[in-house]
Design a protein around this ligand. Structure first.
Ligand code: NOJ
Ligand code: CA
Length: 559
C-alpha cells in the first residue's frame, strides 16, 4: 500500500445535527461546523467526516435521503457546504462525506414516480417491488430496525398493492443495484461531491447493495439481520458469536460477491480525480478476510472490533494483531474506531463513571499509537458518555420498530456541551433541541476542559500533536511490535515509541529505557531507581502511557 494521506489520517466524525447550531433552531448545521473549525484545528485532526446533511424527511436522522445532491434546509444550503469545505481546506482539514447507496427516502422523486406508476413499469424497477403472498409480504425477510423488511403500497387506483423492500426503516426503500439507472445515478452523486472538492466518502452499509434476486424465503430470518448487529456480538463467547456472524455467509442481503463490482467501479471514479480521493466502507462482514475485501475494492474499511471487544490486554492484543496482519495481507491500512453514531460511546460501553472514562482515555492512546488510521467520534475527545434520553424524546426508528424494547441510538447523538454556563451548554440558543441534553454534563463541557491540563480534551490534543509531529508516525504502517505481559500490553511503533496499556486493576511499575511523553492518567509517575540504575514508570490501573525510547525510529514494516 502506498503511504497516502488517508492511510494514516485522524478522521473526526461530525454528526452535524448534534455538533453546533448556528441559527437557533435547536438543530446543528453546516454553518455550525464551519464555526467550530478552529476548535477542530486545535484538536489536531486531519479530516472530518460529515454524517448525512442531504434533504431528508429524517425518518432515520438523514440516512433516508430524498435528494443526494443537495443540502437539507434544516442543515443549510449548498453555499454553506461550499463555504465549509473552502474554510476547512484553508486550515488543511480534509472533508469526507457520507454516501448512502443502499437506499433512498420514501420522499425521493424516484419513489414518488414508482408509486404513481403501475406494477412492473420501469419506475418500479429502480426498487425491489414484489407482489405479496397469501401470508402478506413477498417473503420472510425482516428489517435491521425490527419488523418486516417489506411494506405494502396503495396502488394509484386506491387498491392495496405491491410491496417494497427496505432493510432499514420503511422510510428507506432499498434501490435495485441490478438496474443500470441506479448505477449511473450514484456515479452522478459521487461526481457531484467530488467536483465540489470532497476528499472522500464514507460508504453507508456498503455490504448491503446486492440482494438475492430470487427473493426466496430463508430459515431464521431474524438471524440474517442480527449478524451485523455489533451489540449482539459477544467476544467473551466466541462460539456463540461465531454462530451469530456466520449468518453473513451466503446471505441473501449482505456481503454478496456482486457488491465488489460496484465498489471497484467507484474506485475508478475516485482515481480519475486528482489528490488521492478515497472511500471507507462500512462493512462488518464475516470472517474478517471478507471485511478486508472491501478495503481491497474501495481503499479502506472500518475495523469495528475495538467497539465490541472488552477492555482487556489479551483480547485487545489478539484482536489488533489479527487486524494488522490482515491489513498487511490486503495492502490496506487498519482503521481504529472506539465509537460512532450507531453504538454506545466508548466511555459508556466500558461501564461509565470514572472507570469508564479512564479506560476510554487509555484506549485513545492505544488507537493513536497503532499503525493506520484513527476515527474519532465527536465528543469522545471530551470523554462524553451516552446522554440519557427520556422515552418521550426518543426519535430513533429502532425505538418504535422494536416495540419500544430497544432504546435505540439517540443516547450517543445528544448535542455537544460546549459552554458549561450557557443555555443548552452553548450548543444552541433555541428553546428546544432536537434531542435534549444531559443536565449532568456541566463539569465536562468543553470550556471547562480548555483550562484543565489533565482534561480529556487536552489529552487528545497532546496525543494528536505528538502523532502529527513525531517521526515515529511518519510512516502510517511503521513497524509495530505487539507484546503481552499479563495485564500489560506493549505496542512498539517504529522501534522508537511504545504505548503501554495496563488493563489490570492494580498499579504496575515497569522499567523502561526512555521517557514518558503522554500518560492517560496524570497519576502515572516516572523515577530513577538508583539501586538498579533503571528508569521506572508506574502505570495506574486502566491507564496507558506513550514512552519514547532512547533510540532512533526505524519505520520498516514488520509485526
Ligand atoms: C448505517 C448508519 O451508520 C446508520 O446510522 C443508519 O441507520 C443505517 N446505516 C441505515 O442507513
Ligand atoms: Ca440550526
Amino acid at each position: 500500500m502506498t503511504n497516502t494521506w488517508w492511510s494514516g489520517a485522524v478522521v473526526y466524525q461530525v454528526y452535524p445535527r448534534s455538533f453546533f447550531d448556528s441559527n437557533s433552531d435547536g438543530i446543528g448545521d453546516l454553518a455550525g461546523v464551519q464555526a467550530k473549525l478552529p476548535y477542530l484545528k486545535s484538536l489536531g485532526v486531519d479530516a472530518i467526516w460529515l454524517s448525512p446533511f442531504y434533504p431528508s424527511p429524517m425518518c432515520d436522522s438523514g440516512y433516508d435521503i430524498s435528494n443526494p445532491r443537495d443540502v437539507d434546509p434544516s442543515l443549510g444550503t449548498l453555499n454553506d457546504f461550499d463555504s465549509l469545505i473552502a474554510h476547512a481546506h484553508e486550515t488543511s482539514i480534509r472533508v469526507i462525506v457520507d454516501v448512502v447507496p443502499n437506499h433512498v427516502s420514501r420522499e425521493h422523486k424516484w419513489f414518488h414516480e414508482a408509486l404513481a406508476s403501475p406494477p412492473n413499469n420501469k419506475e418500479r424497477k429502480r426498487f425491489h417491488f414484489r407482489d405479496g403472498t397469501s401470508d402478506g409480504p413477498p417473503n420472510n425477510w425482516i428489517s435491521v430496525f425490527g419488523g418486516p423488511a417489506w411494506t405494502q403500497v396503495t396502488e394509484p387506483d386506491g387498491t392495496p398493492g405491491q410491496w417494497y423492500l427496505h432493510l432499514f426503516d420503511s422510510g428507506q426503500p432499498d434501490v435495485n443495484w441490478t438496474n443500470q439507472e441506479v448505477i449511473d445515478d450514484f456515479d452522478a452523486t459521487l461526481r457531484f461531491w467530488l467536483d465540489r472538492g470532497v476528499d472522500g466518502f464514507r460508504v453507508d452499509v456498503a455490504l448491503a447493495l446486492a440482494k438475492d434476486m430470487s427473493y426466496a424465503n430463508r430459515e431464521q430470518p431474524q438471524k440474517l439481520v442480527d449478524a451485523i448487529r455489533l451489540d449482539l456480538y459477544d467476544p467473551e463467547n466466541p462460539e456463540a458469536s461465531r454462530e451469530v456472524r456466520e449468518f453473513l455467509i451466503d446471505s441473501p442481503i449482505f456481503d454478496r460477491d456482486e457488491v465488489h463490482d460496484y465498489l471497484r467501479h467507484w474506485r475508478e471514479i475516485l482515481g480519475s480525480y486528482q489528490g488521492d480521493r478515497f472511500a471507507v466502507a462500512e462493512a462488518w462482514a464475516y470472517p474478517t478476510e471478507r471485511a478486508m475485501e472491501y478495503a481491497r475494492s474501495l481503499g479502506q474499511v472500518f475495523n469495528f472490533d475495538f467497539m465490541v471487544v472488552p477492555f482487556n490486554a489479551e483480547t485487545l492484543h489478539v484482536t489488533a494483531k489479527r487486524i494488522i496482519t490482515n491489513a498487511i495481507e490486503f495492502h490496506a491500512s487498519p482503521t481504529w474506531v472506539l465509537s460512532n453514531h450507531d453504538n454506545a460511546r466508548v466511555a459508556t460501553r466500558y461501564g461509565g463513571g470514572a472507570e469508564g472514562l479512564a479506560k476510554a482515555r487509555a484506549m485513545a492512546l492505544v488507537c493513536a499509537t497503532l499503525p493506520g488510521s484513527m476515527y474519532i467520534y465527536q465528543g469522545d475527545e471530551l470523554g462524553l458518555g451516552d446522554g440519557f434520553v427520556p422515552p418521550e424524546s426518543r426519535i430513533d426508528p429502532i425505538w418504535q420498530r422494536s416495540g419500544q424494547t430497544n432504546p435505540g441510538r439517540d443516547g450517543c447523538r445528544v448535542p455537544i456541551p460546549w459552554q458549561s454556563q450557557e443555555a443548552n451548554f452553548g450548543f444552541s440558543t433555541a428553546d428546544k433541541l432536537w434531542i435534549p441534553q444531559d443536565a449532568s454534563w456541566t463539569p465536562i463541557a468543553a470550556d471547562l476542559q480548555e483550562s484543565d491540563p489533565h482534561s480529556t480534551l487536552n489529552l487528545y490534543r497532546q496525543m494528536l500533536t505528538l502523532r502529527h509531529d513525531h517521526p515515529a508516525w511518519n510512516d502510517s504502517m511503521a513497524a509495530t511490535d505487539l507484546t503481552l505481559d499479563g495485564s500489560l500490553w506493549f505496542i512498539e511503533r517504529a522501534h522508537h515509541v511504545i504505548c503501554v496499556l495496563n488493563s489490570g486493576s492494580e498499579t504496575v511499575a515497569i522499567d523502561v529505557e526512555g521517557r514518558v511523553l503522554i500518560a492517560s492518567n496524570p497519576e502515572a509517575q516516572e523515577w530513577e531507581d538508583l539501586a538498579s540504575q533503571t528508569h521506572m514508570v508506574s502505570l495506574p490501573a486502566n491507564s496507558a502511557v506513550i514512552i519514547e525510547k532512547n533510540s532512533q525510529p526505524n519505520p520498516q514494516v514488520e509485526i
